[in-house]
Design a binder for this molecule. Sequence first.
Ligand code: SAM
Length: 217
Amino acid sequence: MNLLPRRYHRIKEVLEKRQPDLTVLTEDVHKPHNLSAIIRTCDAVGILDVHSINTTDEFPTFSQVSQGSDKWIFLHTHPDTKTAINHLKSQNFNIYAAHFTDESVDYRDIDYTQPTAILLGAEKWGVSEEAASLVDGHIIIPMLGMVQSLNVSVAAAVILFEAQRQRLQKKMYDTSRLDGERYHNILFEWSHPNLAKIYQEKAKKYPCLGENGEIIQ
Ligand code: SAM
């Protein structure tokens, strides 16, 4: 199918707002509708990479809740908590666990314009003790009602839209924040997914794109 200029410009516009230094790490979030809802929120906030620790054999498949947003997000899976946290630390992320402890601070007190990863815990058990001890801080969304916690995807949305608010205020969505090579590769893959697979199979570099996304040989 031919790429329409309008679709190409929409893809470009979305990619130019993606924030490579804002991410989410889910720890054994196992219900497909929750993971899908988190991914959909990440797309809306401008997150490109989502990390997921999955210590069970089965990985939750995407449900209709994602509305196809999983196509526009890179989901990186990690076998265990320590590996995932070390990976993010090696990329200079400050990692905050959404977690109820005596040390927890209000989620609005964090500076999300710095490289930030939000760790979200499992539906029933929350954040593990291991993860809680490895991160840079704990944050909470104050709860003033009878129930003690929010659904994990709701908690993700509340925190991530605060991050979006801070980043909008700092004009971090105004110019592309991806490095040139990654930007070019993703733009090609999103615009020409079938062709991209052929180039990958042949281990060839993607060609340049013209003003309306057409391939320049
Ligand atoms: N019983 C679990 C506990 O004590 O943590 C509840 C887990 S909650 C349903 C699932 C995840 O959502 C939590 O691990 C946390 O990451 C996030 N969450 C839910 N409500 C939150 C809140 N008010 N503040 C911060 N994180 C919250």
